[in-house]
Design a protein around this ligand. Structure first.
Ligand code: APR
Length: 269
């Protein structure tokens, strides 16, 4: 198994040391309905590289954007399957971080309806104990046939290191000549409509939208905070860096997910 960077667990003394912007704390304390939209930065402290980080090793030579496309799959399925097998191996070896756990704990609080809509294809929210309303870019482990579309019970090969090529499994359905593909949304593909609209509705009906760890570069997911903002819902961005979301946010909190979310939860009172 690969060994992702060990997740940086946030210590209780650090939690109170992280200053929660007073306006954010006030919004979080009074919100009955919260919608949290997460992106790759949510899982960064679990050791999962974000899409737009510099890639390491074998993948330095490839642009992940070019691997996440139907064209790449048609052109070289073994290369694309190798890339997803490596990502799946990283995810399996990773642990949810303190941010995932804080969201799960917030969901358990009485009197709060907290919905999580994620662009992440990993399962770290679920493994951290949270219920996820929508995986708007699909799920890494929901494999299906690229031809007949049936769900597949095959699995990725576990990789200790990235490799250049791994042949995808054949579809298990008799007579189908298809190959098994990852259940993720590739560039140029439509989003799962139900999940996308569930996320839009949750954001528009919330008292607070938190946008955590997304660059806001990929549409239509990136429109969700804007749609909520247009309805007058306060939008707070949690991200160590400025993004495309920042300008539209009512408050920006320059902190990481595993710092900010446990601190926020601890100070909710
Ligand atoms: N905590 C919070 N945010 C972080 C952290 C962290 N520890 N580390 C990095 N970030 C932020 C970065 O500053 C950046 O804004 O996470 C963001 C990651 O951006 P992207 O890699 O672009 O990820 P994302 O926004 O989720 O990408 C959207 O693009 O490639 C496709 O389908 C893929 O769902 C993905 C979509």
């Amino acid at each position: 198994m690969p060994s992702p960077e060990s997740p940086r667990s946030v210590q209780p003394e650090e939690v109170t040391a992280v200053e929660v912007p007073p306006a954010v704390l006030e919004l979080a304390r009074s919100a009955r309905r919260v919608c949290v939209l997460t992106g790759a930065g949510m899982s960064a402290e679990s050791g999962i590289p974000t899409f737009r980080d510099v890639q390491v090793g074998l993948w330095e030579r490839f642009d992940p954007m070019e691997l996440a496309s139907p064209e790449a799959w048609r052109h070289d399925p073994a290369q694309v399957w190798a890339w997803y097998s490596w990502r799946a191996s990283l995810v399996r070896a990773a642990q949810p971080n303190a941010g995932h756990e804080a969201l799960a704990a917030w969901q358990q609080r009485a009197g709060v309806d907290l919905q999580v809509a994620t662009q992440n294809v990993d399962d770290l929210h679920e493994r951290g104990g949270a219920e996820v309303l929508a995986h708007i870019h699909g799920s890494l482990f929901a494999l299906r046939c690229d031809t007949c579309d049936r769900p597949s019970h095959t699995a990725y090969r576990d990789l200790a290191e990235p490799v250049a090529e791994v042949d995808p499994p054949a579809c298990e359905r008799e007579g189908c000549e298809g190959q098994v593909r990852p259940g993720v949304v590739w560039f140029g593909e439509a989003l799962p409509q139900e999940e996308f609209f569930a996320a839009v509705e949750a954001a528009q009906e919330a008292d607070l939208v938190l946008v955590v760890g997304t660059s806001g570069l990929v549409h239509p997911a990136a429109t969700i905070p804007h749609l909520a903002g247009a309805r007058g819902v306060p939008v707070v961005e949690i991200n160590p860096r400025e993004t495309e979301v920042s300008e539209a946010a009512d408050h920006v909190w320059r902190a990481t997910a595993a710092q900010a979310l446990p601190a926020l939860l601890a100070q909710l009172g």
